[in-house]
Design a protein around this ligand. Sequence first.
Ligand code: FPP
Length: 249
Amino acid sequence: MANKEDINPNTLPKHIAVIMDGNGRWAKMQGKLRTFGHESGVKAVRETVEASAELGISYLTMYAFSTENWNRPKYEINALMTLLVSTISKETKTLMDNNIRLESIGDTDALPSKCRRELEEAKQKTAGNTRMTLVLALSYSARWEITQAMKQLAHQVKQGTIQPEAIDEKTIANHLTTAGMPDPELLIRTSGEHRISNFLLWQISYAELYFTDKLWPDFRKEDLYDAIVSFQNRERRFGKTSEQLKSQS
Ligand code: FPP
């Protein structure tokens, strides 16, 4: 396992995105309810946020609830929403003490009102913090996000406030819920699944993908270090050749 000292502070990814997966399986392996797995996942969230801030990562985005998760059994949805409310309210002080700003992406209007209120309050309280931005993806899916961006643009074209020819990649990026954030450079998924599951499809075009078999509740700071060391050992070519990159440096 990697140590903090193995990480080169000069080539950190600016933005790390995480698909937290495996809570249900982790709980089942211990003969417990899936919801126990989610509750235990909060410790891994805390560790990841803390380690990222300590390292100097600017943005950390965590997939906490997908649009598709609304199809889960009602008891599990309720438990997840209650957990979100209690975690956000409990952790706001820690976010303030550590100068971390909370943001969210996704269709947060679909969340229960208590959850929405708690989230808005924490976002407002932490809005001036500058060390790191923690982005919670809540009721999020990339296709939902791209669809709503296209609808907004179509309206603007219809109203004549934008010409179709003027639409470029920047215009589209500015209409996504991640507008203003840098694209993730590293995407981590736990639990041995090798899928993207409708997460940040536009934004991860050039991200390095890192998969680990660890189930989310077992994810610790050292697992994050492993992912970052792996990222730092890769050659990111952005369509160029290896020789071109070497002659530039
Ligand atoms: C995926 O595991 C995990 C989730 C759908 C929820 C993640 C939420 C938390 C860790 C709770 C708190 C989070 C924050 C940011 C306050 P799964 O249920 O799909 O596991 P499985 O694939 O083993 O069934």
